[in-house]
Ligand binder design. Structure first.
Ligand code: ATP
Ligand code: FE
Length: 354
């Protein structure tokens, strides 16, 4: 089976072709970023994002097919992110996928973006169910027991901001470019993580819930303190603040992963595995910290290659393939869902941003 994936839920327009024989192979994965378009606004502007997706999707899909050396008639299905995300962008992708499906007669599969992230380890490392997933991205942060491709049980997660959002805000506070994750990680390389005392929120409380909004406020205070004293930030200040921030996030994620794993291990899984996914999983220090924790606890650890941590359409095509293989497809009534929790037992998150 061969499926085209389409992703447009935030600020990356992406298309990919993935083939499933006994294992899955990524034949192509094309990502057009939009960061330049939003640079003057301090964040992703939904209207601008939606328009850019609508303009670029055709070309992106053509490019993915060309790189895979295939045409539409070689495909078995079209998978598209149907949520959660910025509704205008999601709609651009869903409309495009519906058009292609109607024109070709190919089955349409509406995919949950978070399932795409959470199942990436199955695509890249053939990880078998069940496994413990730390999904840590621009809008989400949660521990999930993945029992099957559409069976997730949430153990806990952030009660406010997501770490990716905190990385992006920290970059803004420090005058570093967007997206914040890579630029803060780069700046932190030459920084002293101990110069600023930053909080590790909720570590003193039991359970796997996390909080990152206090850390953001602490960064703002630390920066304002320096600016007041010296009328600006030096490269060394930026580096030390970045290193302190990254160390605090890493400590929280690693310590809470220890708790989530302890809880998970009481279920006695046959081959205990922790997998991490989402944009923040691209961070080297966080990957190293989780790797060390798993080595200590005798648990297998896997993290996708960096390009498949941040948004991409290969993960969407992969979920589409697993659904198509089970005959679980949608029709042209498919709708875009701005909110769509992975854990079906979770209460609907009414009124929350993402
Ligand atoms: P969601 O998947 O929750 O809907 P999203 O799709 O916007 O949100 P992703 O593309 O999965 O998020 O991840 C983007 C986030 O990952 C951004 O906030 C970015 O700063 C962060 N990120 C990317 N690379 C790194 C890195 N090396 N270190 C830390 N964070 C990173
Ligand atoms: Fe994402």
């Amino acid at each position: 089976l061969t499926v085209l994936g389409i992703e447009s839920s935030c600020d990356d327009t992406a298309a990919a072709v993935v083939r499933l024989n006994s294992t899955a192979t990524v034949l192509s994965s094309v990502v057009y970023g939009q960061t330049g378009l939003h640079a003057d606004f301090g964040g992703v502007v939904p209207e601008i994002a939606a328009r850019a997706h609508a303009e670029k999707l055709d070309h992106c899909i053509e490019e993915a097919l060309t790189q895979a050396k295939l045409s539409l008639t070689d495909l078995d299905g079209i998978a598209v992110t149907a949520g959660p995300g910025l509704i205008g962008g999601v709609l651009s992708g869903v409309m495009c996928a519906k058009g292609l499906s109607a024109a070709t007669g190919l089955p349409l599969i509406g995919v949950n973006h978070l399932a795409g992230h959470a199942l990436t380890p199955c695509l890249t490392d053939n990880v078998a169910f069940p496994f413990l997933m730390l999904l840590v991205s621009g809008g989400h942060c949660q521990f999930l027991i993945a029992n099957g491709p559409d069976d997730f049980k949430r153990l806990g997660g952030t009660i406010d901001d997501a770490p990716g959002e905190a990385f992006d805000k920290t970059a803004r506070i420090l005058g570093l470019p967007q997206p914040g994750g890579p630029s803060v990680e780069q700046a932190a390389k030459i920084g002293d993580p101990k110069r600023f005392k930053l909080p590790r929120p909720l570590l003193d409380r039991p359970g796997c819930d996390m909080s990152f909004s206090g850390l953001k406020t602490a960064m703002l205070r630390a920066r304002d303190g320096i600016v007041l004293e010296k009328q600006g930030l030096t490269k060394a200040d930026q580096a030390d603040l970045s290193a302190g921030f990254q160390a605090a996030i890493t400590d929280v994620l690693v310590e809470k992963s220890r708790r989530a794993l302890t809880e998970y291990l009481t279920l006695r899984p046959a081959t205990p595995t922790l997998a991490v996914a989402g944009g923040v999983a691209a961070n080297g220090q966080i990957r190293d910290g989780l790797q060390r924790l798993c080595a200590e606890l005798g648990v297998a650890f896997t993290a996708p290659p960096l390009a498949l941590c941040t948004d991409n359409a290969a993960m969407i095509a992969y979920v589409g393939l697993t659904r198509l293989a089970n005959g679980d497809i949608d029709d042209l009534t498919l709708s875009a869902r701005p909110r769509w929790p992975l854990d079906s037992t979770a209460a609907p998150m009414l009124g929350s941003g993402k």
